[in-house]
Ligand binder design. Sequence first.
Ligand code: MEV
Length: 438
Amino acid sequence: MDKRIEGFSKFTKAEKIEWISHTHFNDPAKAKSKLSSYWNTNSDIQNIHDEFIENTLTNFYLPLGVAPNFLINGETFTLPMVIEESSVVAAAGNAAKFWQQRGGFHAEVLNTFKVGQVHFMYKGNPDLLHSFFKKNKAQLLYATDDLSKKMKARGGGIQSIELVDKSLLIPNYYQLHLRFKTADAMGANFINSCLESIALKLEQLAKQELESVKNGNGIEVVMSILSNYVPECLVRASVQCPVSDFVPQKGWTGEAFAKKMVQAVEIAKQEPYRAVTHNKGIMNGVDAVVVATGNDFRAVEAGVHAYASKEGHYTSLSNAYVKNNLFCMEVTLPLALGTVGGLTRLHPMVQWSLELLGNPNAETLMKIIAVAGLAQNFAALRSLVTSGIQKGHMKMHLFNILNQMGATDLQKAEAIVYFKEHNVSVKAVGQFLQKTSL
Ligand code: MEV
C-alpha cells in the first residue's frame, strides 16, 4: 500500500483517523476504536488538547501522582508528578517523609537571568562594528520597547546587551548576547520576539551606516533565538542531618551509611558513565514536576546537562559531604520555568497542579522542582548503597508485571500480600499466578 499522502494536515480529524487506520493497521476498526477510547468525554476539554499541536488524533496518558510531606523552607507542599516509571513517586514520598522529620529541605534561588542571541556575519573592520554597536545600542534596545512594556511593569525585560566577537571560532561570526529577566513567565516567546525585533533593527541600521552586504562589509543576520543554556538561572536545594540519624539497615552505623553516600556522589563527580545515570535519577524528580506544571521538559533537560558539563567534563549535579558530624547533600540546577503563559492557563491538569502547589511564582516553582530532584537523588543513592535498586523498583513494578500477565483483581490482592515477603521478578510472579486462584 502507498503510504505517501499530500495535504494531510488539511484533513479533518475524522479523515486523518480514517486514512491512518486503513493505511497503517491490519485491523482498521480496532485501530480507530483504540484512538477514540482515549478521547475525553467532554468535547470542550478534548478540543483544547486537539489544538495544542497539529494532526492530533487522540490523547496519550501518563499517570499524574502526588508526593506529599515536602517541607521546603518551613512550608509543606504536596508535589504533582507526571511520570511512567513505577518507583519514582514512591521514592519521592519516602524521601520527603524522611527529611520532614529532620528540618525539611532548604532551597534558594541564586539568580534568574535568561539568555538570547542574535547570530550574524560581518566581514568588515571589527573596530567599525564596535563603534557602530556602541552608537546604536540604545536604538537596538528601543526596537523592543512595545514588546517590553508589560514585562518591564512585571519587573522583567532586557538586562544587558553585548556585542561578542566569535570570529576566531568561525570566520566573520559575531553575536549580540542579551540577558533577560522574564518574571513569572518562562519567557521563550518574549525573548524570541525581542531578539527578532533587534535583529531587524540591526540590519536596517547596518544598511544605513555600514557598507552593504553586497559590498561584503554589511551585517548578515543568520538567526535570532533564546538559549536553553541558563547557567545564570540557578536554584540550590539542600538538606542536612546528624550522621547518627541514619540507621538504614541492621548492622549499619550512621557513619558508615553517610560515608557510602558521599562515596557514591564522589564517583558520580569523577566518572561520566555513573554521572549520567546519577543525574538521570535527579531528573526523574525534576521532569515529573516540570511536566505536571506545564513546563518545557526538553528545554530543562538540555540546559541541565549542558550545565553538568560546564567545567569541560560531564559531572554530578549534586554534592554530598560530612561536616561536624552533619551529613549534607545539595543540588544546584539551572531551571528556566514559568507559572504564567504557555500551557499554564490552557491545560486543565496543569492548572490543577499549580493550584495544588498554592499557585507558586516562578522562583518558588524553581525551589520546589530542585527539591524534587534532590529528594529523588537521595532516595536513589540510599537504595543503591544499601539494598540495591532492584528490590524497591521491582516491588513498585509488581502491578505492571501482574497487568501484563493478565492477573485478576483477586490475584493482584493476593500478590501484594505474598510479595511483601518475597523478591519480585517476572519469573516469580509467573510462578505465583500459576498457583493462585483466578
Ligand atoms: C532510575 O530511573 C534512576 C537511578 O538509576 C538513578 C541512580 O542510579 O542514581 C536509580
